[in-house]
Design a protein around this ligand. Structure first.
Ligand SMILES: Cc1ncc(COP(=O)(O)O)c(C=O)c1O
Length: 439
């Protein structure tokens, strides 16, 4: 526990950016669910069986078998985390001048697409940009927007379609199985590949089970397998669904692209049977897959997020609806209506929440959206959100209650809150390191 005065100093020294705080100054850490999960006894036991051979580790073959069994792709290329896989697939499939449509951008995914010479095009349904819409599958792609893009630029200039499940930036919102089928059908007609961002696909599978009657009696594992069958490849950050602290992979079906990927991985990550990971990390991820697809686990995980969301709703806090998979997203535009978007409402709210309670959260608004690569202007996203992200198997219901009380305390004094001014901005993924001062 720290005092309010201490936290005032700490956040000022961190340039009002929660990524720049020291973790020892944080009381409850809801910055991210990435790599912050608690591994199980079974995973830790697996770490003791790390085969640290440079090539051909036993743990690689275990992970490969698990990915084939649960995700259904033929080939596996391990990477140090999700962005390593995004880098490889972007370099292989995108030609300069190409377009890459997707269901709302994700920061690292879009940057790798841009660095490869592509232009990302958001083709998510309009409901995703409306925090109050109750549409059950706000992660869906708008097939008209996608068709229109293909007609406008020609199928040859569409490298692939990125399909994220769930959609992090929209509030952890799921995509439906029906939409996945429709996207597959449309892209197949044009010979365009589909690359799934499967980072939280297991959470997405749970929502499909809850909300799409056809799947009410299917297991999460069965649903996951079918979801993946409508794509050609997936990029994966194992640091989320798969309950590990580090690790990721690219998994795919096409032999030729696989050969290219396992050649390129040697340049950027490490040999194709370890991809920047220790054998023990591969083993922890292999075991994590099996734990992550258990219906009981995923029900409890999403249930915890729902518990916090329902409590916040009951006291009138504006959050993104429906409640998403991995996080509660506060709607900073409605929370702090006195602030203009260029006074960084979500960044401000994350800083205020820290000062109030020592709870660390993350901005998902104009700072995360970055700048237009051509004009250099800020992108102005419709959503200006603060993400309260729940690591898996870490916090108790008592922690959750502290969180809701802290949010309520900031809400009660919301009229006093002033915005921020940007004083330093790095070139790439600016939200990690940008610094601010109070206005
Ligand atoms: C949806 C999504 N895709 C990709 C990534 C990138 O993964 P990593 O952080 O492991 O590089 C993340 C991580 O934050 C994510 O949430």
């Amino acid at each position: 526990m720290t005092t309010r005065e201490y936290r005032e100093r700490a956040i000022a020294e961190a340039g009002y950016n929660t990524f720049l705080l020291r973790s020892r100054d944080v009381y409850i850490d809801l910055l991210t669910d990435s790599g912050t999960n608690a591994m199980s006894d079974n995973q830790w036991a697996g770490m003791m069986l790390g085969d640290e051979a440079y090539a051909g580790s036993e743990n690689f073959y275990h992970l490969e078998a698990q990915v084939q069994k649960y995700y259904g792709y033929k080939h596996l290329v391990p990477t140090h985390q999700g962005r390593g896989a995004e880098h490889l697939i972007s370099q292989i499939l995108i030609k300069p001048g190409d377009f890459v449509p997707g269901n709302m951008y994700f920061t690292t995914t879009r940057l790798h697409q841009e660095l490869a010479g592509g232009t990302f095009v958001d083709v998510i349904i309009d409901e995703a940009h409306d925090p109050e819409s109750l549409f059950p599958f706000k992660g869906n792609l708008d097939l008209n927007k996608l068709s229109h893009l293909i007609d406008r630029v020609g199928a040859q200039r569409v490298s692939y379609v990125t399909v994220a499940a769930t959609v992090n930036m929209a509030g952890g919102q799921p995509i439906s199985m029906q939409n996945l089928r429709d996207v597959r059908e449309l892209t197949a007609r044009h010979g365009i590949r589909v690359v799934l961002d499967a980072t939280r696909a297991i959470e997405n599978a749970w929502f499909i089970k809850q909300r799409e009657p056809e799947f009410a009696t299917s297991s999460v594992a069965e649903i996951l397998r079918e979801m993946c069958s409508y794509s050609d490849a997936c990029t994966m950050s194992g640091k989320k669904d798969l309950l590990v602290n580090i690790g990721g992979f690219l998994a795919l079906n096409d032999q030729e692209i696989f050969e290219e990927a396992r050649n390129l991985v040697v340049v950027y990550e490490g040999l194709h049977t370890y991809g920047g990971l220790a054998g023990r990390d591969l083993e922890a991820m292999a075991r994590g897959i099996e734990e992550a697809v258990q219906d009981d686990h995923i029900e409890a995980r999403i249930g915890q997020v729902e518990y916090v969301g329902e409590r916040l709703l009951s006291i009138g806090i504006p959050i993104v609806l429906p409640i998403g998979g991995h996080a509660i997203f506060l709607d900073a535009k409605r929370f702090l209506p006195q602030l203009k978007q260029l006074e960084f409402p979500a960044q401000t709210l994350a800083a205020e929440l820290y000062v109030e309670s020592g709870i660390r959260t993350m901005e998902r608004g104009i700072v995360s959206a970055g700048r237009n690569t051509e004009t250099g202007e800020h992108n102005f996203p419709k959503l200006e959100l603060v993400r309260l992200t729940f690591p898996r198997r870490v916090y108790t219901q008592a922690h959750c209650d502290v969180v809701t009380e802290a949010v309520e305390a900031v809400y009660d004094r919301r009229q006093e809150v002033r915005g921020l001014e940007m004083v330093y901005e790095p070139k790439y993924l600016r939200f990690f390191q940008t610094r601010f001062e109070r206005l």
